[in-house]
Design a protein around this ligand. Sequence first.
Ligand code: NZQ
Ligand code: ZN
Length: 387
Amino acid sequence: MRNFDYQTPTRLVFGEGVVEKLPKIMQPFGKKILLTYGGGSIKKIGLYDKVKELLKGFEVFELSGIEPNPKYSTSVVEGVKICKDKGIDVILAVGGGSVLDCSKAIAAGAKYEGETWDLISYKAFAKDALPIVDILTLAATGSEYDCGGVISRTETNDKIGYMDPHLFPVCSILDPRYTFSVSKKQTAAGCADAMNHVMEQYFVEDTTILNDGFCEAEFKSLMYNTKIALENPEDYRARAELMLDCTYGCNGILSLGNSESGWPCHAIEHALSAYYDITHGEGLAIITPRWMKHILSERTMDRFVKYGVNVFGIDATLEKQEIAEKAIEETYKFFESIGIPMHLRDVGIDESRVAEMAHHIAVNEGLENAYVPLDEAAIAKIIMDSL
Ligand code: NZQ
Ligand code: ZN
């Protein structure tokens, strides 16, 4: 078992009505708040008005319009400028993963004298960051419980996963009711994202019974509750369990002691959404079964057999190869059943830039160290198979 040094300092405040605690949660961090949000969904669900009312005693500045796949040159740069100009004490991010991620980059940039991109691209390391509190409105990324942010720089086709221990939110407020309004498309994409976060931790060389159990329970809970939430978007129980599935899915707690994974599907998908601005979870759902087919071999067989038997209930007495192939097929069928388009062409990607993307991934993502190493040709083949 691999050594680890683990800490998640984020306070989770979960449940119906917990947003009422907001003033008390914000109070220790200062008076000047930067409220960050996206394209307006928080106004439609009444959360914006609620937050403004709760923050009456504070001085609130705003950064709105944060894009899905948040962009460095617009949102991050603007947010950092507001923080520096106004002497912001704390950021309150209200929204999905994109708003949270963007706010993390802003929090780091606000305390850094140079260009924030130096931090995101690991040319420099943050010594400090503004505290971040968030109110999550979309179950997917796990950004509410990790120290990562994923930022796109369209000019250079970069989409970088930036991690820094300063960027754990100090507190995440999780009220599942604020996810009732999430569309079917984003609910399914969120599920696919979290499913893949767990797969990236499950499909590795060395695991434990404990971690496999955590991961298998995650898969089952995500699949079961997503189906319910798609049928009845206001099913509190399903939305609540999905929210926790996603929160636990990405901060490493499911795979402490496991060997390294390399997160290959994420490495590939981040390039797809950097080049084509597609929805992250949809890109992952499309890539995942093709990647699985690519890595299935004698060496990886037992992982797929365990996954197939324990997650999909495939007959354990069948030949291993058959179980593994059925497991991959079931994965594909599940994503298809929740309405995800299962070909890259369906989301506007054709073969024209596959070679360029494969090169970009091979140079920047270090997939030669993945569970099953992927070179440029292998990456290109997985993308071509996904078209
Ligand atoms: O912008 P608004 O109007 O808020 O609308 C958003 C957006 O259009 C909407 N939405 C959010 N909450 C809603 C809602 N619509 C109705 N009701 C609500 N309650 O949903 C759309 C998508 O939002 P976004 O935040 O982009 O989605 P998600 O949470 O899936 O975040 C995706 C981003 O996170 C990154 C992805 O790469 C992508 O850029 N990731 C971040 C990770 C992390 N920090 O650890 C890990 C992930 O692997 C991922 O890479
Ligand atoms: Zn993801």
